[in-house]
Design a protein around this ligand. Structure first.
Ligand code: NAG
Ligand code: NAG
Ligand code: NAG
Length: 308
């Protein structure tokens, strides 16, 4: 009698134990979800939907979500031009924090300016943790020039011209900083001090100001990989080297300082040198114009290496 009870008990324990193990195993086998962030002239489920579909076909059961700014697609579109990036980062952090499917961490893919916005999310909102950050043509040292804007519709061109006019009025004036997205990562090498003092977004996340924010560095160093993709035939991002965190030498707009000779790297106030020396800073180049990559490349160089 006692024996049968104990056998039943043992079976029961085994049953729950195996459930637990299975639960653990299936949890481990669940692919890491992906969060995407769109760029200027696009929306959360606009042209980048192609990438969501590729990920879903390459990685069974993957959860892929895309951050939408505002309450609808129109607000989301306009948010690429007009708005305060610090507010956009806070609300994206909240969306990520409240998404039950992202609680064990996620990989992220930023398209164009979505790249630097996701980096701000990694630096400011470490929970849940971002694992790999893939920046496709992100402007990590900002832009100095808006030769033309991505997405060639009348609506895009209208907003793009508006942005140019505001920047011409004075990129670093507080009202424009709070309102014009591209002004918030406008980096004028002839006004380096003004940029450092007044840029509400880029100079802050690049930790340009004293005292340096140690948590920005600590949080960026939590990344498994920081993958920066540069498009070598850029006609949209000026300078294209910004996509690898490089920028003009202060005081002129011709000579680019190589990343490993730049103060942000040598003095390492953001963790780039440490990421590089531990093999986690991946600098990739594509021989094409802004965001012009094919799916063969994307599958081989991004999905297989960082997202599987
Ligand atoms: C560093 O950044 C975080 C996130 O933005 C902020 O909460 C914190 O106050 C900053 N710390 C310092 C010393 O500025
Ligand atoms: C775009 O603007 C051009 C020139 O102003 C105009 O001729 C054209 O009809 C517009 N297209 C749309 C789709 O509104
Ligand atoms: C895809 O892109 C890669 C990298 O830019 C390039 O080397 C390759 O030739 C392209 N393949 C096709 C089929 O276009």
């Amino acid at each position: 009698m006692r024996r049968t009870i104990s056998i039943k008990l043992l079976l029961l324990v085994c049953f729950y134990f195996s459930l637990g193990i299975n639960g653990l195993i299936s949890k481990q086998n669940e692919p890491i979800p992906v969060v995407m962030f769109h760029g200027m002239g696009d929306t959360a489920y606009g042209s980048i939907i192609v990438i969501k579909k590729v990920l879903e076909s390459e990685i069974p059961n993957i959860y892929v979500t895309s951050i939408r700014n505002g309450n609808n697609v129109e607000e989301d579109f306009i948010s690429g031009f007009i708005g305060n990036l610090n507010d956009q980062v806070s609300s994206a952090c909240e969306i990520i924090r409240n998404d039950p499917k992202l609680q064990s961490g996620y990989n992220s893919i930023g398209f164009s300016q979505g790249g630097q916005i996701l980096r701000a999310i990694a630096q400011r909102c470490p929970n849940p943790p971002m694992r790999n950050l893939i920046s496709l043509g992100g402007q990590h040292q900002g832009v100095y020039g808006l030769p033309h804007c991505f997405g060639d519709t009348n609506q895009t061109n209208y907003l793009c011209n508006l942005v140019r006019q505001y920047i011409r009025l004075g990129a670093y004036t507080p009202a424009i900083q709070n309102m014009v997205v591209q002004a918030e990562f406008w980096h004028d090498p002839l006004k380096e001090k003004e940029y450092q003092a007044n840029s509400i977004f880029l100079a802050d996340i690049n930790n340009e100001r004293q005292p340096r924010n140690q948590s920005y560095k600590d949080n960026l160093l939590q990344l498994k990989n920081l993958v920066l993709v540069k498009f070598t035939k850029e006609t949209i991002v000026e300078p294209k080297e910004s996509e690898w965190f490089e920028f003009y030498k202060p005081g002129q707009a011709n000579e680019i300082v190589p990343l490993r000779q730049s103060p942000i790297y040598t003095e390492d106030w953001l963790g780039l040198k440490q990421l590089d020396q531990s093999g986690r800073l991946k600098l990739l180049a594509i021989d094409g114009d802004h965001l012009r990559f094919n799916m063969t490349w994307f599958r081989a160089q991004i999905v297989k290496k960082f997202l599987l």
